[in-house]
Ligand binder design. Sequence first.
Ligand SMILES: Nc1ncnc2c1ncn2[C@@H]1O[C@H](COP(=O)(O)OP(=O)(O)OP(=O)(O)O)[C@@H](O)[C@H]1O
Ligand SMILES: O=C(O)c1ccc[n+]([C@@H]2O[C@H](COP(=O)([O-])O)[C@@H](O)[C@H]2O)c1
Length: 193
Amino acid sequence: MRKKVGILGGTFDPPHYGHLVLAEQVLDQTEVNEIWFMPTNVPPHKKNEGMATKEQRLKMAELAIKDQERFFVSDVEFERSGPSYTINTIAKLQRAYPDDTFFFIIGGDMVNQLEDWYKIEQLKKLVTFIVAERPNDPLSHEQKMNPAFIYVSIPQLDLSSSTIRERVKLNQSIRYLLPENVRVFVKEHGLYE
Ligand SMILES: Nc1ncnc2c1ncn2[C@@H]1O[C@H](COP(=O)(O)OP(=O)(O)OP(=O)(O)O)[C@@H](O)[C@H]1O
Ligand SMILES: O=C(O)c1ccc[n+]([C@@H]2O[C@H](COP(=O)([O-])O)[C@@H](O)[C@H]2O)c1
């Protein structure tokens, strides 16, 4: 069967309900029939201090998705060292799965940085971006209506991995901000303390 796959690339340090709600709404509102959560090896535009290991981020992504049969985790970016540029990942996936169509899902913060991505004009020709707002990163009317994007309207959850890491560091509760099995993993491995 030809699949329509939405790729949700991220650092997932840790994954939280903002990621899961975004992925679920893409399934609900678009023609995409599977979501692949794709942890970055080295995030291109982030400082990597205080990060969980890539194996821990992969494991947490696997734990987070386990109740939705149309969610999968891909470790394809782990096979390449250096920054995980999306254009290389998409080109690789298209070679490996020539019958499938790929979409790349991004939240508002990424939409507003998109013009700085590596080889962005070439990437826009390879893949359609599915875009959504985040509470601190709303999209303009022009961005929502842009025919080059597919816009999905999602419940706005003011949640981020960095605020979760910060809460752990301050010894504040993170329960109900992320799946319980991920919370337990964070605690058992002493992450972000
Ligand atoms: N609450 C949210 N609502 C909508 N999209 C989100 C939300 N959180 C993350 N995303 C999107 O998910 C993708 C992966 O995000 P990422 O793993 O970097 O999480 P993050 O919460 O932004 O992390 P950090 O706080 O460390 O920057 C990005 O495209 C991001 O815009
Ligand atoms: O290719 C790029 O230049 C590029 C720049 C910034 C981010 N990305 C991708 O966007 C996704 C979300 O990034 P991040 O930093 O929020 O984890 C992740 O898959 C990154 O590899 C890609």
